[in-house]
Design a protein around this ligand. Structure first.
Ligand SMILES: C[S@@+](CC[C@H](N)C(=O)[O-])C[C@H]1O[C@@H](n2cnc3c(N)ncnc32)[C@H](O)[C@@H]1O
Length: 442
């Protein structure tokens, strides 16, 4: 049974090695087979875990093999080492035996001895073999190898945070993401929702200071099967993302524009905060994502949201119409690396080269949608200063009729002296985010 889970995991890893996204590859291999819940969970853990820890696993493989074997054998070794290093529930002999069988099954029996030798050597070590393999490297690479991140990400964190906090950030991103919910106050109350979840065997707890926020203890079934989902009683949304809409602080009866809205996590929150009274204009250029937004809107029973498919970087449709505008730009998402196993391996520089000019153009254009005296919130789930502080500095330098408005005094997230907020996961225990309020002068 478990061998077949490993075979399926290997198939997904082969697809990823050929360029597929991890979640797509996993979905494809799982769809093609009927697996028991426990086996599905094991395949998911093996695929995402092996991808996440790839640099650490490859450092060990390179240290143990005089010559690197073919890719398929390397993938088997990664899977085997992942189980030995990170999975308590798999006994070491089972991890070794199943890896040897797996390589034989693939018609690569000639490498069975190598796989057996590498994995046994790891199990026999009394100290962590990684220590000796990385001791000669510069600190950036040591941290990168130990916690499995590219140097490109670790270097700026180390420079900005120092070793201790950089380590804490890496460790935080390697944890299983927590599940935060946002209750829909137009459909239920916190007490009722907590009781509904308790009846279904789940523990739901309010998040301190966050009006609609609740944290779920665990989740053993698909979201739509949880109590109240179909009835629109709640949405899934990390607490950091919930704070963005609170910073915007939309009021009933206002015109609020969400310029990069899909799939609507923040749009629907905005409508809820406005008691569904007023006009919420949701714009995005991606029709498939807007369809998700429409589904979320309808499920939550929100009537105030209207949807527009358009390019917010150029459209002039809403000139000076918004009392408040949210610009939650497409970004490198380096604040949410824990949510996507392969995100850390996507080359950051290439992505920034595309994103930075787009963000600047979106900010320049969307700012024209704000009424005189109106408010614009710019947000990213990135920790890169080039997407955050630098974009705002550049915007203010070219738009003298705008200034930063610091968050209200009781806002629980701490702002920098400039007035913007950077949420650091290792400090604030939530997704990494950047958010800032900009006020248009009259
Ligand atoms: C960070 S996501 C938005 C997430 C959304 N605010 C939420 O909370 O669910 C960025 C969105 O920007 C959209 N986008 C990218 N470029 C755009 C453009 N030029 N005009 C409008 N939308 C754009 C993408 O399709 C994507 O849905």
């Amino acid at each position: 049974m478990e061998l077949s889970a490993r075979r399926i995991a290997l198939e997904a890893l082969e697809r990823v090695a050929k360029g597929a996204y991890a979640d797509v590859a996993l979905h494809q291999v799982l769809q093609q087979r009927f697996l028991k819940e426990g086996d599905r969970a094991l395949v998911t853990e093996l695929v995402y875990g092996t991808i996440r820890q790839q640099r650490t696993l490859d450092t060990l493989i390179q240290g143990f093999c005089q010559q690197l074997p073919p890719l398929k054998v390397q993938l088997v070794l990664r899977l085997g080492l992942y189980q030995l290093r990170y999975l308590d529930r798999v006994p070491p002999h089972a991890a070794v035996h199943s890896s040897v069988e797996l390589v034989k099954e693939m018609g690569l029996g000639g490498f069975a001895k190598l796989v057996n030798g590498v994995l046994r050597r790891y199990t026999r070590s009394t100290t962590d073999p990684l220590d000796a393999l990385i001791a000669h490297l510069p600190l950036v690479s040591q941290l990168g190898c130990r916690y499995s991140f590219p140097d490109e990400l670790v270097r700026p964190w180390l420079e900005r945070l120092g070793q201790e906090e950089c380590t804490a950030l890496c460790q935080w991103f390697n944890r299983t993401p927590r599940l935060d919910l946002r209750l829909n106050p137009l459909r239920t109350t916190a007490d009722q929702l907590i009781a509904d979840f308790e009846t279904a065997g789940y523990r739901l707890q309010p998040i301190p200071h966050l009006p609609q926020g609740l944290v779920l203890s665990h989740c053993g079934q698909p979201m739509p099967e949880l109590p109240g989902y179909a009835e629109g009683h709640w949405s899934v949304q990390d607490r950091a993302a919930q704070w963005v809409s609170h910073l915007l602080d939309p009021q009933p009866g206002e015109v609020v524009i969400d310029a990069c809205a899909a799939p609507g996590g923040k749009t629907t929150h905005i409508a809820e905060l406005m008691a569904d009274q007023g006009r919420v204009i949701a714009c995005d250029r991606t029709p498939s994502r807007l369809r998700q937004l429409a589904q979320n809107r309808d499920r939550l029973g929100l009537k105030s949201i209207e949807i527009h498919t358009l390019d917010s970087a150029t459209a002039g449709d809403f000139a000076a119409m918004g009392d408040r505008v949210l610009l939650d730009v497409p970004c490198s998402a380096t604040g949410t690396l824990h949510r996507h196993a392969d995100a850390r391996w996507q080359p950051l520089k290439t992505r920034l080269a595309e994103l930075l000019p787009l963000q600047a153009q979106l900010l320049a254009n969307v700012s024209q949608w704000v009424k005189p005296q109106g408010l614009l919130v710019y947000a990213t789930c990135s920790l890169e200063p080039s997407e955050n502080e630098a974009q705002i500095r550049h915007f203010l330098a070219h738009h003298p009729q705008w200034h930063i408005e610091p968050p209200p005094p009781l806002f629980p997230l701490k702002a920098a002296p400039e007035g913007w907020i950077t949420v650091w996961p290792q400090r604030d225990d939530m997704d990494g985010f950047f958010m800032v309020r900009l006020r248009r002068d009259s």
